[in-house]
Design a protein around this ligand. Sequence first.
Ligand SMILES: *Cc1c(COP(=O)(O)O)cnc(C)c1O
Length: 458
Amino acid sequence: MDKKYMPEPYKVKMVEPLRILPKEERIEAIERAGYNTFLLNSRDVYIDLLTDSGTNAMSDRQWAGLMMGDEAYAGSENFYHLQKTVQDIMGFKHVVPTHQGRGAENLLSQILVRPNTYIPGNMYFTTTRAHQEMNGGTFVDVIIDEAHISDKEDVHFKGNIDIKKYEDLINKVGAENIPYICVGVTVNLAGGQPVSMQNLREVHALSKKHGIRVMFDCTRYVENAYFIKVREEGYADKSIAEIVKEMFSYADGATMSGKKDGIVNIGGFLAMNEDDLYFKASALVVVYEGMPSYGGMTGRDMEAFAIGLKEALDFNYIKHRVEQVEYLGNKLIEAGVPIVRPIGGHAVFLDARAFLPHIPQSEYPAQVLAAEIFIQSGVRTMERGNISAGRDKEGNEYFPKLELVRLTIPRRVYSYAHLDYVAEAIIATYKRRDEIKGLKFTYEPPVLRFFTGRFEHI
Ligand SMILES: *Cc1c(COP(=O)(O)O)cnc(C)c1O
């Protein structure tokens, strides 16, 4: 039977009760949190759409895998399982485990990034760029222009690299000053937008011509493969596993956060084909994460991760995941709420500038919108705009074109009924948008300020 939205391809075996605070207590809670949803206590949140990072529900197989943890300090059986799984799925020769994605970014950036080097990428990611900059490099955005426009419904691969921008950068700074190009599949901050296979092929060809490494940020690669299957000509009959294999054939290595498409709560890795890079990474991982056979994970974490990587390739799993996101997005579109289009793979992004046109970007409309949604409903969301973008080397704010609030859907956690509640909460907030006022910092941390910054109303 064909349904517009696929029912959950799983049934519930264990539950975690939810509670919702009365409105007065929600107001107190967000004030205590300095209007930063990152600083709310989880126990005060009803539906938590802050992130899909590490908030996944594991399967019975994964929980069973936890019992199979081989907690040896070196040479854990579970590491070999994880290593072989990554090698089989992605085709990389070497795997260096890390505690999560940024651990892999740290290793890669420390090894390859130097002052006066340039790292092109399809839109920045917060931690990725922070590591590049801390090692003296300069991130250069080479994503297609359409990615910076919130409503571009007809662009199916908004995460694509603009080949001309990439080539111009090579001509300007010289290939020898570009240690690698970082290709996010999908692009989180563009709204979970995918990169086409054709584009990956072209990026690879141009990079090889100039001797530049292609490193994927493959944190969300299964979502990307799903979009290739349903949107790109020639892939409808290919399995997710086949598409993934081809995607990675255009990469020399990758950083991965298992907390996303690994369907686990912690974990990550750096993978590569190059022996020299592997030797350097396995020397450095000991300093920051742990032995090259655990990298900050327990044996049981690695086991659950290996199983999760395999489960994520199931077509019904990924179809349902992406359709949940579409379901929420389409409800908001029908109600006239401005969101990023097309709807991406892991989240619905509200366009805070269109939502709150009376609040200038210097007064953080996305931040205040996230706070107001919490007051309205107990639903926790997050800012992805001027605050997340931070400041440049001169201390000026970036004022990114996209000023967004992210409603991120954890994997296998919430039902369509929860999403109905979320949609109603957003629509109610939209109806009273004229009452909402801007914010200013009362405490601004020097890096990654969105995590711990505090605010008050102007
Ligand atoms: C989450 C994420 C990271 C960082 O991974 P962590 O596990 O949070 O350290 C990097 N890139 C993308 C695209 C992500 O979504």
